[in-house]
Design a protein around this ligand. Structure first.
Ligand code: SAM
Length: 278
């Protein structure tokens, strides 16, 4: 056992102060220092919980330079809490550099879980898919954004994006151009006074946002459902190909060739082959 302090990674509310956990309060009061993304923003939070911890800035522009001094302090026995402006640190927020350095230095890292906008939105999105992919902020440049969306288009999981109000219309247009028709959940101002969670087809989202300027204000999580399953005509074609191949070849080989010929996912080909064989 060393006499090092602990780095606590503390989630703070994303809008509703009552979402600050009891444990987060205790940790913020117990630590020596709090490394915060914006000390002016986090000052009132520390006052709210009556913490006397010293506030230090740790943001995306100084994280590399500031982290070694924090690691040295942790190694000298100080306990430090890492917080960001809202939600969970290191999730589309600074913090990962400090956390990685702490691990490398043998400093204990203890997460104190709490609010996260993506998980909050997903919990209210009504998705039955077992998995999802959190992307965070899309690139702001058109070409880079389109290239990312091309990579995401065929993934079988719901996609979760963060977006700021001044880019919401551009992002919605890019999502429709890059992904085509999908079910979309627009989760805005979660846990706040004007919280709204709206479900609609992606093709209708731009008109819906434009219809009322209020709908473009605040902070957004966008949850986009996966690409629709293979359409009936493709299934008919696959069935025909599989029937021919299965007359001549063992099932496994027929599935392999059908996958290559049609581009349809292997598990779908396999399921249909089993049905045909039964
Ligand atoms: N670390 C944070 C978390 O755990 O969710 C995310 C920080 S990121 C810099 C800020 C983005 O998160 C916003 O632009 C928005 O996309 C999303 N976000 C944060 N608070 C939100 C809220 N109350 N409602 C909807 N989205 C929110």
């Amino acid at each position: 056992m060393n006499a090092y302090g602990t780095l606590y990674v503390v989630a703070t509310p994303i809008g509703n102060l009552a979402d600050l956990s009891q444990r987060a309060r205790e940790v913020l009061c117990m630590v020596d220092w709090v490394a915060a993304e914006d000390t002016r923003h986090s000052g009132p939070l520390l006052k709210h919980v009556s913490s006397a911890a010293k506030l230090l800035p740790l943001h995306e522009h100084n994280e590399q330079q500031a982290s070694p001094a924090l690691i040295a302090a942790l190694q000298s026995g100080k306990n430090i809490a890492l917080i960001s402006d809202a939600g969970t640190p290191a999730i589309s927020d600074p913090g990962a550099v400090l956390v990685a350095q702490a691990h490398a230095a043998g400093v204990r890292v203890e997460p104190v879980p709490g609010a996260n906008a993506a998980v909050c939105a997903l919990s209210a999105a009504g998705l039955t898919n077992p998995g999802w992919l959190f992307y965070g902020f899309l690139p702001t440049r058109d070409a880079a954004r389109l290239s990312v969306l091309e990579k995401l288009a065929d993934l079988p999981w719901p996609l979760v994006f963060y977006e700021a109000p001044h880019r919401i219309l551009a992002s919605i247009a890019a999502l429709y151009a890059g992904l085509g028709e999908r079910r979309l959940v627009i989760a805005r101002e979660l846990t706040k006074r004007y919280e709204s969670i709206h479900v609609l087809p992606l093709s209708e989202a731009e008109a819906w946002l434009v219809a009322d300027g209020q709908r473009q204000k605040g902070e957004f999580v966008l949850v986009v459902s996966p690409a629709p399953p293979v359409v009936a005509t493709e299934t008919d074609e696959l069935r025909r190909i599989l029937q021919v191949l299965m007359e001549e070849l063992p099932l496994k080989q027929a599935v392999h060739l059908a996958t290559r010929l049609t581009g349809i996912k292997k598990n779908l080909c396999y399921d249909l082959a089993l049905q045909l064989k039964a």
